[in-house]
Design a protein around this ligand. Structure first.
Ligand SMILES: NC(=O)C1=CN([C@@H]2O[C@H](COP(=O)(O)OP(=O)(O)OC[C@H]3O[C@@H](n4cnc5c(N)ncnc54)[C@H](O)[C@@H]3O)[C@@H](O)[C@H]2O)[C@H](O)CC1
Ligand code: K
Length: 505
């Protein structure tokens, strides 16, 4: 699903009005209906509801929502924040209609007009939507602060009042902190950025049937992975396939004290459908791996405690590995940063031709030896969390700048970068960014990154295109986390739970 910017959303509105065709006021009515449908589903009709409206079309939505909630017998009160002398036409239209049904509409002009808000009430925030053009101030700011201080549940219409749709806010900006955001038609960039968490809450998309052809043709570099899109990426399996069909992956993982990382990666790789798996671990991990992951072959490093090289045959009779024998290689989980491990990386990278997966300490070694980035095979997948990404690039001052850095880094190095976090951002070599839609805070626990590396390596080994592997793998990994959370809650989720919950259907 595309993410469009404010100007495009405005044109989308116009395009819908012209092509459907539909009168603007009826489009507002449709938006209000969809909002109320969700609202009625989530809150009982006895709940006291205060609706705060601005004077533009977001406020117009609020007015229409108020009228529809009245029809559903909700006890409502409506407050108009009078911050300017002029109202939009569609606001005025809905204001007139509401006045016929409601004894009194309240107007907030000074702080004395701001009502007390109690904990068992719901607030609907319809002050500003996508039309926000400057920071909130004066009476709007005072009203927003009062709503934020109140113990009530807050639901924002389209986007929290005070939050820009696709540009950074200043830290001093006063913005509604909603429990829910119900956004119209398309996700907005502001909704997927980590710093905006408090100004977004749980957000949902309401389909208001805006012009589909306009959306299909609109240029964008931002996408949000929907379940149906992820499912389409999944390849059907042929009944006559054999384990050779699904590739042979090699994982280079583990060091003394971190053999668990190798185990988790290996198990996840198998659960993501790889045909054959070889894991190279330091010798201290050999027995562990052979015992805990019997499905994988294990190639012990020459070194007892760290990885030092793709093992050539030696007197001990260890078989040699040839990197080109593998359909995909994953490097990094738990490998540490020993000089010998760096030397291994330096020796290995230039010899590789196919895309690989690079994670964890392999990323930190790259950050400390950036010339190695030139040897990463094109279309490889790097999976940094924000701190690792900062080490690879530089500090950013806001999430929008971080996205620019991410895009540039992926383009310049011709790689896929999965920036992990809530709504993980996947940057492609072409400069697109796909935000993931699955996952929950339970995934912020040791080992889940190792699981992702195993999953991505398995998908590459099966021949998935690297961008598709990243989008699908990150989606499935998050979905497994959501599955665990729905069964046992997100607190106490472990990486092993996530592996068990991986499903491909
Ligand atoms: N696009 C859609 O899919 C639909 C959107 N709808 C709703 O319309 C709003 C956008 O409405 P708009 O009138 O353009 O803007 P706002 O209501 O957000 O703002 C009104 C007005 O206020 C001025 N302004 C901006 N910032 C400030 C400020 N800080 N202080 C004072 N005044 C400010 C500015 O002139 C704005 O124009 C969208 O979010 C949806 O809720 C439709 O109803 C359905 C289709
Ligand atoms: K709003």
């Amino acid at each position: 699903m595309k993410i469009l910017n404010v100007d495009q959303i405005r044109s989308l509105d116009q395009s819908t009005i012209q092509h459907e065709p539909i009168a603007p006021i009826n489009l507002m009515e449709r938006a209000a209906h969809t909002f109320v449908e969700w609202f009625v589903d989530h809150f009982p009709d006895t709940i006291h509801t205060k609706i705060f409206c601005g004077l533009g079309n977001n406020g117009g939505d609020g007015m229409a929502i108020a009228r529809l909630l009245l029809e559903h017998q909700y006890p409502i009160e409506v407050y108009v924040v009078r911050y300017a002398p002029r109202e939009s036409d569609d606001f005025m239209h809905n204001h007139r209609r509401l006045k016929l049904l409601l004894d009194s509409i309240h107007y907030i002009e000074s702080t004395a007009d701001i009502p007390a808000i109690r904990h068992n009430e719901v607030v609907i925030d319809a002050i500003f939507g996508s039309g926000l053009s400057r920071p909130t101030e004066g009476i709007v700011k005072d009203t927003i602060q009062a709503i934020n201080r109140a113990p009530a549940t807050v639901v924002s219409v389209d986007i929290a009042s005070g939050l820009y749709t696709d540009q950074p806010n200043e830290p001093t900006d006063v913005i509604i902190e909603p429990d829910y955001t119900l956004t119209f038609q398309l996700p907005k960039l502001a909704l997927v950025l980590p710093k905006n968490g408090p100004y977004v809450g749980n957000w949902h998309i309401l389909d208001i049937r805006l012009h589909k052809r306009f959306i299909d043709q609109a240029p964008t570099s931002y996408y949000f992975t929907q379940p149906s899109e992820a499912r389409l990426l999944l390849r059907k399996r042929n009944r006559f396939s054999n384990k050779g069909t699904f590739g042979h992956a090699l994982l280079l993982a583990g060091s003394y004290g971190k053999i668990g990382a190798a185990v988790l990666s290996a198990k996840a790789c198998l659960r993501a459908g790889v045909g054959l798996l070889t894991v190279q671990v330091p010798q201290c991990g050999y027995t562990i791996l052979q015992t805990v992951v019997p499905e994988a072959m294990c190639s012990p490093d020459r070194h007892q405690n760290i990885l030092t090289g793709i093992a050539p045959s030696d007197q001990a009779g260890h078989e040699s590995l040839d990197p080109s024998d593998f359909s995909a290689i994953g490097i990094g989980p738990g490998i540490g940063k020993a000089p010998e491990t760096l030397a291994m990386l330096k020796g290995l990278l230039p010899s590789l031709k196919k895309p690989i997966v690079v994670d964890a300490d392999a990323l930190n070694l790259l950050a400390e030896n950036r010339e190695l980035l030139n040897h990463i095979p094109p279309s490889s997948i790097l999976t940094p969390h924000p701190k690792e990404f900062e080490r690879l690039t530089k500090k950013w001052s806001n999430d929008y700048q971080k996205l620019d850095l991410l895009r540039e880094f992926a383009k310049k190095n011709k790689i896929v970068v999965v920036l992990k976090g809530a709504f993980s951002a996947i940057a492609t070599p072409d400069g697109d960014i796909h935000f993931n839609s699955t996952g929950n805070p339970g995934l912020s626990t040791g080992g889940t990154g190792d699981v992702l590396t195993g999953v991505l390596t398995a998908l590459l080994a099966q021949g998935y295109d690297p961008v598709e592997a990243a989008v699908l793998g990150v989606y499935a990994h998050g979905l497994a986390g959501d599955q665990v959370a729905s069964q046992r809650g997100s607190i106490g989720m472990t990486a092993s739970d996530v592996i068990d919950a991986l499903r491909w259907e």
